[in-house]
Design a binder for this molecule. Sequence first.
Ligand code: SF4
Length: 235
Amino acid sequence: MHAARQREYLAALGIELWQPRVAGGATAPAPAAPAQPDPSGGEWETLRREVRECRRCALHTTRTNGVFGVGPLRTDWLVIGEAPGAEEDRRGEPFVGAAGQLLDAMLRAIGLDRGSNVYIANVLKSRPPHNRDPKPEEVSACLPFLVRQIALLQPKIMLAVGRIAAQNLLATDAPLARLRGRVHRFGDTPLVVTYHPAYLLRTPGDKRKAWEDLKFARNVYQQLLQGVPADGHRA
Ligand code: SF4
């Protein structure tokens, strides 16, 4: 196994901090989204502009940037979080800062990178003030954007990170513990649930459970590639 990959796997198991590293031990910055051709004939740009100009809910009055999403415009993997935080609002990109670095490390441990093979977005495109939970009317207003992103991306599998994202995508109030470890569906797309990286920063003892979720999601994806129906629970 490549030494850098092995370090990430060990980090993912909680043997050391989940920190992406580059030569010399520096922490890698979040990779910038590469310029890429639009495979949809302009629909991506239309959607991006609609989010930029959106006033469907009151959050447009307090946001700095609408945070659209990042990653390749056609991909098998889609990761969905809750809503932008302060740093995301400032930079206009989802999952940046410490939680974003942890998410990137988690994803790299299963071979995923926002620069090449995973798209990352949120349920809400605008930051709720003081990072409060999204209101139902805000989710209702914003979810159609995500649905259109999914239609353009055509992912094979979705990973919901955190309770808020999972509950809103699955229209349930079940606790995260009951949602982990099984395959759900969002429309026709299989969906697996795990912890939010911000929670894992506060509760590092649960990183091992997050690693189990990621391995489960990777196994589900590999089964999908082999034509095995993506249903069931973790063994
Ligand atoms: S959260 Fe969504 S619906 Fe509300 S203003 Fe932002 S983009 Fe529009």
